[in-house]
Design a protein around this ligand. Structure first.
Ligand SMILES: Cc1cc2nc3c(=O)[nH]c(=O)nc-3n(C[C@H](O)[C@H](O)[C@H](O)COP(=O)(O)OP(=O)(O)OC[C@H]3O[C@@H](n4cnc5c(N)ncnc54)[C@H](O)[C@@H]3O)c2cc1C
Length: 252
């Protein structure tokens, strides 16, 4: 990831759904931001004390070079944490520094079909990917949210099926990692031909249930699969990073 630091200014905040808030950033500072071509482009936000900032990772939902703005969509998940509560109250004129962008995925046009899955935290990256698909691309898109009031519009072509998976008051990820999202993906269509998969969200369900299904049960090679946790229930980002390191060591 580019180690470059950009400081942008909040232009406005928009409520996209009860759980998703968009913060639009712009000048002064836009000219310092160097976009990349990945649909999962992400930045590390530097929040709080400038001497010892708290770092949080977020997807760049969109870059508008004409308006000189970038948009980041934040899940508002209660009063816990740093970034979620900051976004819920962000005001025009506030400044925020960020590192990046990094990124690793863009839907491949040589795939026969696309599987995209995630929870609210992946809505920005999934939306950007769906918008980047060829007009005749075939895709199955699974997004776990609380209920229908949390759905957000996603522009998509005629062969893209967006399936909103509602938790409807049920807990998200269980002890073994199963979740409404994993149940929907495992029960869903598996189409013929080469898939390109993009799966991100709560780490236990993504890494312990959906990843083994795609990589082992369905035999999808690593070069056709972008799969990782974006957050982990019960852990803040610092202790989630430690969990990811431990998992990587255990898997070696
Ligand atoms: C590459 C990448 C891209 C990401 N893109 C986005 C994005 O575009 N939008 C986005 O909202 N998130 C995104 N995330 C996830 C985000 O970084 C985490 O959710 C992060 O933990 C939020 O920080 P926080 O300060 O709000 O909460 P933290 O201080 O990290 O955690 C506090 C508590 O809140 C819980 N928590 C954290 N996130 C969630 C959540 N989404 N839902 C429910 N509970 C939660 C934690 O388990 C913990 O108990 C991305 C993560 C990665 C790695």
């Amino acid at each position: 990831m580019a180690r470059r630091i950009t400081t942008l200014t909040v232009a406005r905040r928009e409520q996209l759904s009860p759980s998703l808030v968009r913060v639009v950033f712009g000048d002064p500072g836009f000219g310092e931001f160097e976009p990349n071509d990945f649909t999962d482009a992400y930045v590390k936000l530097l929040l709080g004390d400038s001497e010892a900032p708290t770092m949080r990772t977020y997807t760049v939902r969109s870059v508008d070079p004409d308006r000189r703005e970038i948009a980041i969509d934040f899940v508002v998940h209660g009063d816990e944490g740093v970034a979620g509560p900051w976004a819920a109250r962000a005001e025009a004129g506030e400044q925020l520094s960020m590192l990046g962008p990094g990124g690793a995925y863009r839907p491949r046009s040589d795939a026969d079909w696309h599987l995209l899955a995630g929870d609210e935290s992946a809505i920005p990256a999934i939306s950007a990917a769906v918008e980047a698909l060829d007009s005749d691309a075939v895709a199955r898109v699974y997004i776990e949210i609380e209920d229908a009031a949390h759905e957000v519009p996603i522009d998509h072509g005629p062969k893209v099926d967006v399936i909103w998976v509602h938790r409807a008051g049920a807990d998200g990820t269980g002890e073994a990692g199963e979740s409404p999202l994993s149940r929907a993906v495992l029960a869903g269509d598996w189409l013929p031909g080469q898939v390109h998969a993009f799966v991100h969200g709560e780490a236990q369900t993504v890494m312990h249930v959906i990843r083994p299904y795609i990589r082992r049960t369905r035999g999808v090679g690593a070069e056709w699969a972008s799969i990782s946790g974006y957050w982990r229930r019960g852990r803040n980002e610092e202790s989630f990073r430690a969990w990811k390191r431990d998992l990587a060591v255990a898997e070696q």
